[in-house]
Design a protein around this ligand. Structure first.
Ligand SMILES: [Zn+2]
Length: 163
């Protein structure tokens, strides 16, 4: 049975209007009504009384009431490696013809299955081509969030310029 009788609730509101602390109100209510009121009970009851009737404080219900966004259906993810940025996608003059990478010039060149946690993962060439390979230089450290050798790391990450 709830200790919050009509009299206890009225007394709670009186004491709260006198700016007593939750602990003090709990002590006074316990003395007057012979029930072990606690500070949390007092604060919880005051919180519930502050809510208009019929509203729920259950956060799950509030979340459920939010309108759902309609998700746009998309097809399977594909990546077009020949595409550049949207700004110059349709401008052939902006395509720079890179020479095909020379695997023999890279001493640590390796395939995907040969990569280790210390292999540089810089892709060389077009993955669709048979001569595609990874840099493979054993100075990377995947566990330290350093997936490339120093030279490729410098190419991959541009330092932030501060104004
Ligand atoms: Zn590298």
């Amino acid at each position: 049975m709830t200790p919050w009788t009509e009299q206890a609730t009225q007394r709670l509101l009186e004491l709260e209007s006198l700016k007593y602390s939750g602990t003090r109100i709990a002590t006074l209510l316990a003395e007057e009504f012979g029930h072990p009121f606690t500070c949390n009970m007092v604060l919880g009851k005051l919180d519930r009384l502050a809510q208009p009737p019929g509203t729920s404080r259950n956060p799950d219900r509030r979340i459920r009431k939010l309108p759902r966004r309609k998700l746009k259906a998309v097809g399977p993810m594909t990546f077009n490696f020949s595409r550049t940025t949207s700004a110059n996608r349709n401008k052939p003059e902006n395509y720079r013809a890179l020479p095909p990478p020379d695997r023999s010039a890279c001493p640590y060149a390796c395939d995907l299955v040969d990569l280790t946690s210390t292999s540089c993962r810089w892709p060389c060439g077009n993955p669709a081509d048979s001569n595609f390979f990874f840099c493979g230089e054993p100075t990377a450290d995947l566990l330290s969030n350093h997936p490339y050798c120093d030279a490729h790391h410098a190419l991959a990450f541009t330092p932030v310029r501060r104004a």
